[in-house]
Design a binder for this molecule. Structure first.
Ligand SMILES: [Zn+2]
Length: 167
């Protein structure tokens, strides 16, 4: 788990332009604080709630605003930015997503160490399952390809199941 946090670059959360910072993506120091919180949380067995409270204490998380195809903030007809997720809920969402991701990557690491070469994508199917996850349900993937695919989106509850070798 800890090494999975350490090697993670948090690509989808990291801002690369000033416009992305305005949209609420994280600066490099903020990503470091998130890593620190996750590592401390895993070490001490904190709940997701506790980790997100600690993250809120260490970073002033901004609202997540919509970005357009051009990389600029998307505006509505009144010229105002479009809210994607209020800062109030973001720490919980971010922690939950990152905990799931590091747990999945940690599991893949273990599978690899144990000679497992393939995994099966298991979607928690239901009303709230997105079309993409539904379409991936039961797909068999090589372990290396499976890395960083889960969670596929915020609040994704899909997991991998190891496929035992036949020999
Ligand atoms: Zn999913």
């Amino acid at each position: 788990m800890l090494s999975a946090v350490e090697s993670d670059k948090f690509d989808t959360l990291t801002a690369r332009t000033s416009e992305q910072i305005k949209a609420g993506l994280f600066t490099a120091p903020e990503v470091d604080k998130l890593k620190f919180t996750l590592k401390k949380g895993f070490k001490n067995g904190w709940s997701i709630k506790k980790m997100s409270d600690e993250l809120d204490k260490s970073i002033k998380i901004k609202d997540r605003l919509a970005l357009g195809e051009d990389g600029k903030l998307k505006l509505n007809d009144k010229g105002k930015p479009i809210l994607r997720l209020s800062s109030k809920y973001r720490s919980m969402m971010i922690i939950r997503t990152e905990v799931t991701r590091t747990a999945n990557n940690g599991a893949l690491d273990n599978y690899r160490k144990n000679g497992i070469e393939r995994v099966r994508w298991v979607a928690s199917t239901g009303e709230r399952t997105c079309p993409f996850c539904n379409s991936m349900d039961n797909t068999i993937l090589p372990v290396n390809q499976a890395e960083n695919m889960l969670p596929a989106h915020g609040m994704c509850r899909c997991t991998y199941v190891a496929i035992a070798r036949l020999d």
